[in-house]
Design a protein around this ligand. Structure first.
Ligand code: FSX
Ligand code: SF4
Length: 316
């Protein structure tokens, strides 16, 4: 017969191996729910230059329910969209957390390093405000493409000098461990699963180029449900007439984008971009939103030999 302590330890250990897979669902969350509230990690969200889409995405959930996450896995102390406090009270909450230290900071959005006044927090620019906030965190999660790579705010000549969280930490010489979860928006499983993994293990999961291998280890193209059509050179010509063939000639960036979207899916696993007949726009790719149109023109894609595909899909 397991003691309560042993049971909790087993739940944690089991989770280490299962985080991010379909098996970590309600049953294992129950293991976390037995944790005393005081042993759950303090989490603070900060938003820089973003559209708030990452938070909206998070609340939709997928494998994990957002409410379960904030009620059973973490102690959500500060969130710019969800907190009831406003103004000075809200800023005081952050100050108290910063003084205590040891929290997990989830950064959404990029940070303007050129035009610093483009984003303010209280009475200081986000760039200055973030220094103690980042320095006193135990771990940082860059949630979404803006925080991971600069994203849309850093595109089109980047007039505000928007930079990612990893770049900010580098410039400021802050050595707090940081994990990137690109996606415009961030996938809810990736954010909740990563934070839960940090809670369970006390360390970051295995990374590939700063991102969890489990979520970003394989090309979309290799797992795509339309791969057979690609192999047989069957391509969508008119969206209205064909909802099954490969979208390569509609500018699909699945062949250069590493993400588990095809198997993870979105919105309660209901769908994923390509199955809605929408080419992958490479929103998790480090170069997103690229330098050209979001969708490549059909005439720029035909008859490219496979070994030249990568250059062709990324060239300006
Ligand atoms: Fe960026 Fe996220 Fe795209 Fe928006 O926080 S990754 S623009 S969905 O909201 O930052
Ligand atoms: Fe799927 Fe796009 Fe690859 Fe075609 S090009 S198989 S639609 S990922």
């Amino acid at each position: 017969m397991l003691t309560r302590r042993e049971f909790l330890t087993a739940c944690r250990n089991l989770s280490i191996g299962l985080i991010g897979t379909p098996m970590l669902t309600t049953s294992l969350l129950k293991g976390f729910s037995q944790l005393a509230e005081s042993s759950r990690p303090l989490v603070m969200f900060v938003q820089g230059q973003s559209c708030t889409g990452c938070t909206v995405s998070l609340t939709y959930g997928n494998e994990f329910e957002f409410l379960e996450f904030i009620l059973k896995v973490i102690r959500l102390q500060v969130h710019p969209t969800l907190s009831f406090s406003q103004g000075e009270r809200y800023l005081n909450l952050i100050d108290e957390m910063v003084e205590e230290g040891g929290y997990t900071l989830v950064m959404e959005g990029s940070i303007p390093a050129g035009m610093k006044e483009a984003c303010y927090m209280g009475h200081s620019s986000m760039y200055e405000y973030l220094k103690p906030v980042a320095r006193n965190a135990a771990a940082i999660v860059a949630a979404g493409t803006c925080a991971s790579n600069g994203g849309i705010p850093a595109s089109n000549q980047n007039v505000t000098g928007a930079i990612s969280m990893p770049e900010y930490l580098k410039r400021e010489g802050i050595s707090v461990p940081c994990i990137s979860l690109p996606g415009c928006p961030v996938h809810p499983d990736r954010l909740m699963g990563t934070v839960a993994a940090i809670v369970a293990t006390g360390r970051l999961p295995e990374l590939v180029e700063g991102r969890p291998r489990q979520y970003y280890g394989e090309l979309i193209h290799n797992q795509c449900s339309r791969y057979q059509h690609f192999q047989q050179d069957q391509y969508v010509e008119k969206f209205a007439d064909d909802q099954k063939s490969c979208l390569l000639k509609k500018g699909c960036r699945g062949p250069i984008t590493y993400s588990d979207c095809p198997s993870r899916r979105w919105n309660g696993k209901v769908n994923v971009c390509i199955e809605s007949n929408t080419p992958c726009i490479g929103c998790v790719h480090p170069d997103f939103p690229f330098h050209d149109d979001m969708y490549l023109a059909a005439e720029s894609v035909p008859n490219i030999p496979w070994n030249r595909m990568r250059e062709a899909l990324t060239e300006d």
